[in-house]
Every structure is written in structure tokens, then in C-alpha cells.
Ligand binder design. Structure first.
Ligand code: NAP
Ligand code: 8YV
Length: 320
């Protein structure tokens, strides 16, 4: 008996986080348990804190098996894999890591758009295959300068994307549920915005409210010269409709960091040179993951110190 609170760690964490957590908590790593049911029967009642991430979240059955849970600290900003309303109803506070990753994810969004538009990956292959020498200059590409960029979800990260777009003389337009006090044109109708966009960058939360927001109609409105960038959640885009549109030539290209069934990616995309694929790495740099990890741990430490948290999700702002 150490007297330290019992923390259930659901997914992998960095060494820096683990060093700090070990000093403050009795750690139970769920991923090390060969028999989850037996583990929960033995330790479920002792666990007062959970550390998870945007991907693993917290399954409802697991939350139910932790009767004395007080806090869920998630290593990421998106928390669609955690039922925060159910947690709030039980008096459990859920925290996440907003803002510290805005710049990184915004950079990733532009990186994907630029890579697709300027054919970065096929051009790299062209050089490596000796084709530059053998066949001469590669074909021309489409400029990223002076484009109309539609941002789907003008929140913290969406605004960071818009800020960067000024350097590329973009016309920024946006769609969200509510119009904001910003100098960009608001579209209540997403298909209408897609029709006016050269590039559509999707950066809403995931979950039921945004499921397949980018559907066949939106993709068709974006059209054969349009580029779709998704750095939000795979669930936001109807992936089957996207694959079909790319196969039919009804969409110009796509830069995708997230997928409906990660880590499974539709194999049809692998042979397409107008598509750039990333393994959900929008925030995955040493610098940003360190800031996210520190905030994830800070929320836990502060809760056990004084019963408050730094960055609770909106559903839990009245707890602690
Ligand atoms: P945020 O500040 O809450 O912004 C979300 C935006 O989406 C808001 O503008 C919101 O505006 C809009 N929105 C919400 N529901 C919508 C709907 N049904 N239709 C249209 N717009 C909707 O969140 P954030 O910090 O920018 O993060 C956004 C998301 O990015 C996260 O939730 C996460 O899923 C994703 N993300 C991905 C990565 C990655 O590695 N790829 C990294 C970080 C974050 P209204 O309320 O006006 O609708
Ligand atoms: C993380 C993310 O990859 O913050 C988010 O919502 O999607 C990413 O930053 C994810 O949370 C896993 O840690």
C-alpha cells in the first residue's frame, strides 16, 4: 500500500509521462493485462483516475467497471471516443489537451494540401526511379497560391489554419454550426461552400454530430479539380463515397491523416498518386506531444492536489 491514487493507463504513453506518473500514482497499465475481466474484478474499485487518448477513449463497459472513478485525462483534444455526458452525470471530470497542438495540426493540414497539389510524393518517386534523367522534367502541377480554401469547423485549429492561409493569399471561407465573428464568409450550407472551394479542409470534432458530414454531395460539389484534406476524424468523411469519387475522377485529390477504421486504410487508395496518406500524425512531433503529455499529467496532478483541472471538456466544466 503506497497511498498513491490508482491510475489506469489505457493506451501507450511517452517515457517522460510515465516517469512523472510513476512518481505520483500507482500505475495499472490496461494494455499489460492478459485477462481484463479478472483485472477489473481485482482492481476496478480502487481506480480513481484514467489516462487515455483520443483513439482508445474509454469504452462504456470499462467506465461502468470503475465505480470510484473521478477523472479521465485524455492525451489529445478530440474526445469523441469518451462519453463525456455520461461521465459528467456520474460526477467524473474529463480533461483533454486543447490549444497546445493547434499549430502542429494546422501545419499538417497545409502540408497535406501542398503535397497533393504540388505532387510531392509522385515527384519524389520520379527522381528516385531515375525518370528525371531518363524522361526529362516532370509535368506541371497546380499552385497553392491565391486559392479559395473552405474550412469545415472554424474552431481553435481551424483558426490556426486560417491564420497561415494569409501567407498564401487565400480567400478563406468556412462552415460550422454557428457563424463566428471573423472576417471570412460563412456558409450555412456545406455543399454550397464546397462548390466555391478549391480546397476543403476538414477540422471538426468526430462523433455522431459530424458523421459523414463530408458525403457524396459535398465531394461532388468540390469536384474534379478540388482537393479534400481531412485532419479531423475518419468518421467525418464518407470514406466509401470518397474512394468512389477518386476512382471515378469526380474529385481532384485528397490528403488524409485520419480514416474510418484506423489503422485500416482502404487499399483502393494505395495506387492513387493524387492522394497522400498519413497514419494519424497530425500532432505527432516530439515538441507537441511533449506539451500534450505535460498537460495531460498536469490535469491529473492538479485534480488530486486541489480538486480542480486546467482543461476540462465543456460537458464537465461544472465539476471541480
Ligand atoms: P474546436 O475548437 O472545438 O473546434 C471545432 C469546430 O468544429 C468548431 O468551429 C465547431 O463550430 C465545429 N463543429 C462542431 N460540430 C460541427 C458540425 N456538426 N458541423 C459543422 N461544424 C461543426 O476543436 P479543435 O481544438 O479545433 O479540434 C477539432 C478536432 O480536430 C478535434 O476534435 C479532433 O477530432 C481533431 N484533431 C485531429 C488531430 C489529428 O491528429 N489529426 C489532432 C488534433 C485534433 P460550431 O460549434 O459553430 O459548429
Ligand atoms: C492524437 C488527436 O493523435 O488530439 C487529437 O484529437 O487526434 C491527436 O492529437 C490522439 O489524441 C491520440 O493521442
Amino acid at each position: 500500500m503506497t497511498g498513491k491514487p490508482d491510475l489506469l493507463v489505457i493506451g501507450g504513453v511517452t517515457e517522460r509521462m510515465m516517469d512523472r506518473l510513476t512518481a505520483e500514482f500507482t500505475i495499472h497499465a490496461l494494455y499489460d493485462q492478459p485477462d481484463e475481466a479478472a483485472f477489473l474484478a481485482a482492481h476496478g474499485a480502487a481506480i480513481t483516475a484514467v489516462l487515455t487518448n483520443g483513439h482508445d477513449g474509454l469504452r462504456p463497459g470499462l467506465m461502468a467497471a470503475l465505480p470510484n472513478l473521478k477523472i479521465v485525462s485524455s492525451y489529445g483534444v478530440g474526445y469523441d471516443a469518451i462519453d463525456a455526458t455520461a461521465a459528467a452525470d456520474r460526477g467524473i471530470v474529463v480533461t483533454h489537451t486543447p490549444n497546445v497542438l493547434n499549430d502542429e495540426v494546422a501545419n499538417t493540414a497545409l502540408l497535406l494540401w501542398f503535397a497533393v497539389s504540388r505532387r510531392l510524393v509522385p515527384h519524389d518517386a520520379y527522381v528516385r526511379a531515375g525518370r528525371w534523367q531518363a524522361e526529362g522534367n516532370a509535368p506541371l502541377t497546380r499552385s497553392v497560391q491565391g486559392r479559395t480554401v473552405g474550412i469545415v469547423g472554424l474552431g481553435r485549429i481551424g483558426q490556426a489554419i486560417a491564420d497561415r492561409l494569409a501567407a498564401f493569399d487565400s480567400t478563406v471561407i468556412y462552415h460550422s454550426r454557428n457563424a463566428k465573428d471573423v472576417p471570412y464568409r460563412y456558409y450555412a450550407d456545406l455543399s454550397e461552400m464546397a462548390a466555391d472551394s478549391d480546397v476543403l479542409i476538414c477540422i471538426t470534432p468526430g462523433g455522431a454530430g459530424t458523421k459523414h458530414l463530408i458525403d457524396k454531395d459535398v465531394i461532388d460539389a468540390l469536384g474534379p479539380e478540388g482537393i479534400l484534406v481531412n485532419v479531423s476524424r475518419g468518421s467525418v468523411v464518407d470514406e466509401a463515397a470518397l474512394v468512389q469519387a477518386l476512382q471515378d475522377g469526380r474529385l481532384g485529390g485528397a490528403g488524409l491523416d485520419v480514416f474510418e477504421e484506423e489503422p485500416r486504410v482502404p487499399a483502393e487508395l494505395f495506387g492513387m498518386d493524387n492522394v497522400v496518406l498519413q497514419p494519424h500524425v497530425g500532432s505527432a512531433t516530439h515538441e507537441t506531444r511533449q506539451a500534450m503529455g505535460d498537460l495531460t499529467c498536469d490535469n491529473l496532478s492538479q485534480w488530486f492536489r486541489d480538486g480542480t483541472t486546467i482543461t476540462p471538456v465543456p460537458e464537465c466544466r461544472n465539476i471541480g
